[in-house]
Ligand binder design. Sequence first.
Ligand code: MF3
Ligand code: CO
Length: 478
Amino acid sequence: MIEILNPAGVARARVSGALVGDILQTIRSRATVGTNLLEIDEWTRSLIVAAGAESCYVDYAPSFGRGPFGHYICTAVNDAVLHGKPRDYALADGDLLTLDLAVVKDGVAADAAISFLVGDARPPQGVALIAATERALAAGIAAARPGARIGDISAAIGAVLTEAGYPVNLQFGGHGIGSTMHQDPHVPNAGHPGRGYRLRPGLLLALEPWVMADTAELVVDDDGWTLRSATGCRTAHTEHTIAITADGAEILTLPTSQPGAADSHWPEVATPQFWEERYAITDRIWSGRVNRVLADIATELAPGTALDLGCGEGADVLWLADHGWQATGVDVSETAIARATEAAQTAGLADRVRFLAADASTLASPGRFDLVTASFLHSSAGAPRSVILRRVADWVAPGGHLLITSHAAPPPWAAGHAHDHHFPTPAEELAALDLQPGDWQLVVAESRTRATASPDGEPATLEDSVVLLRRNRPGAAF
Ligand code: MF3
Ligand code: CO
């Protein structure tokens, strides 16, 4: 049976989802070299109880396991991938740990999984496996629009996993979820677009791409539950519960906070709270000067309407307004937007600018623009940055430009603590955008160096990755 939730049910699902996201995040920040999997199970039990929720796992006794699961969370290490039964094992540096958690609160279940590397070691194969499942999940979520079909999600997930070079196993996949954890429809991790159940608002789905490095075959552990790769190779698994809404998919199992974010300088995903903590430290965190690349490129364009994504305290928006553009700035941080608004007033440019505090992954289209630009954008809590950039590329008017600037390499002074952050080359940026070739003209894809000063005032050189595209006018392709 397929359950469709009413708005009150979806509201309850948001609460259950945030709880799952937060518990996973808490465990992720606590789990370290030496942590025992049984400790993690005990932490989970007490976090579920403290939240007034119930475990979906303890008494769960499906046909694919031996007897009731008897634990509160799945812990799968390295070759273990699904249904990992917590056991007496202390984590080691570089272990690839997957946590999978489902709880029910106020009658609604939510289910999510994360994979991450324990300690400081960053084995490349582990990093690649995790990244592939995260990209596949993002692609699946992006495909989960009302009116689309299950096959569209499956095909999107499968395409990413296959392209990353991993065989896909179809024995276990995603599923409907609602008053109970496992419901119809099944969401295989590969499939055909246009086939299967048609998505409608109120449907909750748990999407869960998982991969094994060199095999599609699973073996069952002696514990009767834990599923491992048949070859002993490493594995990864990432899962979110989403709600189909009239506007698209809403991710329900994101953590509401990101413990430790304030002291990690370059998080791959920056939440609104991360930004608020950064902005709280001083009155102004950015230089107040326009980004070099934007100024160089926009000078060559005829002024029109512009959108700056991740506008921070608004220096680029003000520069554009000062150079004849009607400019809109979007940023997740309320503090940044308040500062930008004030700066516009002070500069006498208030009538040429508009600022919005919003996460671009969920913001309804604010219109079409002659220039959409993003400089040094992070992934938001709502989506990876590539998904956000693809979304905003749609907001470029025919004949308009899309300009993306990012760090091609860590700033010399940040190299030590930037190892979790990926620095894309222009080619990678372009590939991630995955634009329809006939719709766009590539104008610039290069890295450019510029001189700057480090936070200590030392001269330094920065490398920017610059991608500029022009959107074709209809009928003007090629
Ligand atoms: N939450 C898992 C899933 O993603 C199922 C785990 S079942 C368990 O569908 F009993 F092993 F925990
Ligand atoms: Co699931």
